[in-house]
Ligand binder design. Sequence first.
Ligand SMILES: [Zn+2]
Length: 503
Amino acid sequence: MSSANLPEIKFTNTQTQKKEVFKTQVPGVVRFYSCGPTVYDKIHIGNLRSALVADLIYRYLTHVGYDVQYVRNYTDVDDRIIKKAGDQKRTSDQVSSEFIQEVEKDYAVSGVLDPKFKPKATEYVSKMVAFIEGLVSKGSAYEVKGEVFYSVDTFEDYGKLSRQKFDDLEAGHRVEVKSQKKNPLDFSLWKPAKPGEPSWDSPWGKGRPGWHIECSVMAQEILGDQIDLHHGGEDLIFPHHENEIAQSEAATGKKPFARMWLHHAFLTLSKEKMSKSLGNVFTARDFLTKFGGEVARYLLLSVHYRSRLDFSVDSLNQTLQSLERIYEAKKKALEITQLKTRFPDTRAESLWASFVMQVDGASKDIAAHFAYDLNTPGALASVFVVIREFNRILSEPKTQGTPAAILASQALIRLIEEDVGSVLGIGRLLPEKALEQFNGIRSQLSASDKVKLDGSEIEKRIAERNQARRDKDFKRSDEIRDELLAEGVDLLDGPSGTSWKYR
Ligand SMILES: [Zn+2]
């Protein structure tokens, strides 16, 4: 692929907070690293946003013609994995392997494309030891009783990504200063093994790597000393990514470690409100089982990646509405391409000719939206303008079944499936199937709308039931339980009284 045809792309670089032109070290090749999950449990819907934003970046850069060397790691050594393994009398390896499989199922259902490289941290421990040795010999790290710390005072740029003042940070952390650290901000590169924990040999005794060092080492081993693009959630800016920069730039002496840093914003949700109307949908698995991958992708990607995403019943309803508009238009367009053509109608031909020009314009707009910091809402808005015009023309007499109508319909299908669909990973299902699925979700939603009892009303009924039980009126107490059950409320009688939950 010639790099001459690549579009000019601007991304918001976290480090400068400015939109910058994206330039790679090797023309046409992107060295891309995205921080992957710690595999100790099923992933949350918020973690799915991370995987989908990385997938969006990957799909987009591939779509415009880059060769994307894409790495997404698995953190498979971690306190939470070790704790779960201990609790369940299993090895850390068994726990992490189980959840790598689980997370990959969720990714597959969400249409997350496989990265070129999916390294596991434990496969790189010897490289991490060598990397840390390098930092110690340079004076960037020091050992205290089998633990190795990075010395942030030796790295003058510390704080450059999160744009924080070093002195403020230091002062703020003074209270929790650990005595063996030279500076409270110094972080662990190597931790001594506690009994029963997974451990590896090192010059500092048996131990395991800290979290931050993993990504510096895997990025360097697979992509090289300097990478073009690094992505993660905004919660990783400090300290994780700040520390990656400090480690990598100190070790290689090359700046910058990453040319461009992209961070997506949090997903927020009101658990209480959501449970009430949707039940539990906070793990990606629950969500995907109920609503499917297409809905997940649209919901999580139709909001700009740097905007906070409020996941609510409203946002779910809006998602359904938008997807239905897209698939209804696609269905209609596909039907038109199957119609027997009749003689051209002058008026219809001219309407469709101007429509095709509009589609061309939208196609350029969409490309421009994506190239400008992955403006997904802008790109989708352009599609909806075209769909509205398509429906308007169809509502006029004698506009179907002409040669121009077929060409116009094909142009619309391309816009949906290629211009937007191949980047967002939506719009590519068979319309009948997709619409049937959305219908099913709608009936689930309207059924759950009937759960309208609020907490204080439920408490009132529980009190009534308690009274009935004290009065030994078990018929009445059972009635109240059944009434609540019919309203979607489960009662749980325990030693400390009766609690309840929405089903
Ligand atoms: Zn990382």
